[in-house]
Design a protein around this ligand. Structure first.
Ligand code: ZN
Length: 218
């Protein structure tokens, strides 16, 4: 079982499901040749995929295109179903930075065949997490910068203001379809600039006022 790491709290919270939003930044949808979605595109990752800042991402041998995706991650702090605006806002109890590691070659193959993306998104070490900042310590203002560099060169540099579906809308949309529980995480999508990493590469990811991640590929 994997547990969240909090800044300023020793609370033990097991990570539940990780719900991820695809194509939530218009410029990223475009760079992969996709249309801007009318509704959030949702997929899941299992908690067993989690590693933390400082750990290494293990490049699967069956892929030739491992991509990074830097994302704002929402921490769900109470159970919620069919949330309205206020309930959605209350359910988001914290924030962290996350990497949604993706096997792009497999994802493209599955998309072409109309098959589920699962194995392109789910593999051991496919989700890298920073420390969770609780909302009582920091309230998202919606304009935080989000950036990622590989070996010191900036690859992603945007703002969470560029999300198509903001956090409250995402929580409302998901909770109308499946219950969210304390310990669940929501990956809110990545801005443009995704790209390939290979063993030996070092990644630094940062969300302004929220936190950072350091990892390397082995
Ligand atoms: Zn993603």
């Amino acid at each position: 079982m994997k547990y969240l790491k909090f800044k300023n709290s020793d609370e033990q919270v097991a990570i539940g499901k990780m719900v991820c939003v695809g194509r939530n930044y218009a410029a990223h949808a475009k760079e992969l040749g996709n249309e801007i979605p009318e509704f959030p595109i949702i997929f899941l990752k299992p908690a067993s995929n989690v590693i933390y800042s400082g750990d290494a991402v293990i490049h699967p041998s069956y892929s030739n295109e491992l991509h990074y995706e830097c994302e704002l991650v929402l921490y769900i702090g109470n159970d919620v179903k069919n949330a309205n605006d206020k309930e959605a806002e209350n359910a988001i109890q914290g924030f962290t930075v996350g990497l949604d590691m993706t096997l792009r070659d497999l994802q493209n193959e599955y998309r072409k065949k109309g098959e589920p993306w699962t194995l392109a998104k789910c593999f051991d070490t496919a989700a890298v997490l920073g420390e969770v900042v609780l909302k009582k310590d920091y309230k998202l203002n919606g304009t935080e910068k989000i950036s990622l560099s590989v070996n010191g060169a900036t690859k992603q540099n945007s703002s969470v203001a560029n999300m198509i579906f903001p956090p409250v809308e995402i929580v409302k949309y998901i909770s109308a379809r499946m219950m969210l529980e304390k310990g669940d995480l929501i990956f809110t999508g990545t801005p443009e600039g995704v790209g390939k990493v290979v063993p030996g590469d070092k990644i630094d990811a940062l969300i302004e006022n929220i936190g950072s991640i350091k990892t390397n590929i082995i």
